[in-house]
Design a protein around this ligand. Structure first.
Ligand code: SAM
Length: 296
């Protein structure tokens, strides 16, 4: 695909309303980190933890409509602490999304390698976030070879000492029902990764208080889409998802309720030469523009 064959489109407003103008099944991947309950009141408002599920479900209905049948929806989220204990809104959200028709296919963990040290009386520092993977069907698109990792030294040592048990499929000694045939890995230098993704956080130069590292959307975009596919981030913030999509030659749409972030996201994506940047806010009808500015 030629570099100028793909677009990044940014829209300003509530994704609930903006998405109504998009056709059903347009996107191959929705990758997003939504506003966390209450946590950023000063920057872009917040939703009360007890109201979070209802707020999210209305938007998820639109996500379900605009996602293709073989597509994936990956939600980066972490529950906050309220009155000294973890709030249950993420757990409730997972159950509610299943009721809405989503399959909760997998839970990936983003391990934040460089999270801030600190001391809390009843817990340790928060070093991970969920990346919940939802699909519409069991036979969704997945390109596992795209995210394979080097085998490392483990396999060299282990394979040198192959025993009799290793060349046949060995049933687990603890009776877990899992078996393995280590000899299958002879001669290979890459393995499939686990569902824990180890990445440093990175938000210093993004001018957004909650950006995730570029490598996070990149990993999921490679895993669930091909070049030329369409990626949506309905809570785009500084535009990291669209930037990752551009680097990987995917089309993208980013939506944010804060005008400043839409501009920021567009400026980040504009670094990629040859990409067509669309700003649909310029073509809004009057009503939509009013809504986007919070006037009803
Ligand atoms: C956690 S941040 C996303 C950060 C982003 N992943 C990045 O790397 O910069 C959530 C974003 O959602 C936006 N937002 C909040 N409510 C929204 C809504 N109803 N529709 C669209 N965007 C919204 C906020 O302005 C904020 O930028």
């Amino acid at each position: 695909m030629e570099m100028n064959d793909y677009t990044a489109e940014f829209q300003h407003g509530d994704c609930l309303e903006i998405l109504r103008d998009f056709p059903a099944g347009k996107f191959d991947l929705i990758f997003t980190s939504p506003p966390y309950a209450d946590s950023r009141l000063k920057t872009y408002g917040g939703i009360k933890p007890d109201e979070y599920v209802g707020w999210f479900l209305k938007r998820a209905e639109e996500f379900h409509r605009v996602l293709s049948d073989m597509g994936s929806f990956v939600l980066n989220i972490k529950e906050k602490v309220v009155n000294g204990e973890r709030h249950t809104y993420v757990l409730e959200l997972i159950l509610a999304l299943r009721q809405q028709g989503w399959l909760w296919t997998e839970e990936y963990i983003w391990h934040k390698k460089n999270c801030h040290p600190g001391k809390w009386p009843n817990r340790f520092r928060d070093a991970w976030e969920r990346c919940l993977h939802f699909t519409k069907r069991k036979d969704f698109k997945m390109f596992q070879e795209e995210v394979m990792v080097p085998m490392g030294n483990w396999h060299k040592n282990r394979l040198r000492r192959l025993g009799e048990n290793d060349v046949i499929r060995l049933d687990s000694k603890v009776g877990s029902g899992f078996g393995k045939n280590i000899a299958n890995w002879l001669g290979r230098d890459k393995a499939y990764p686990s569902n824990v993704i180890h990445l440093a956080t990175e938000c210093g130069n993004k001018n957004h208080s909650a950006s995730f590292p570029l490598a996070l959307p990149e990993w999921f975009i490679k895993l669930f889409t091909r070049e030329g596919d369409w990626v949506l981030d309905p809570f785009v913030g500084s535009g990291t998802t669209c930037e990752a999509a551009a680097r990987l030659a995917r089309h993208s749409v980013g939506i944010d309720i804060v005008r400043e972030y839409v501009d920021l996201a567009r400026s980040h994506a504009s670094q990629y030469s040859g990409m067509r940047l669309l700003d649909k806010t310029a073509t809004y009808g009057k009503t939509k523009r009013k809504r986007a500015n919070g006037i009803h």
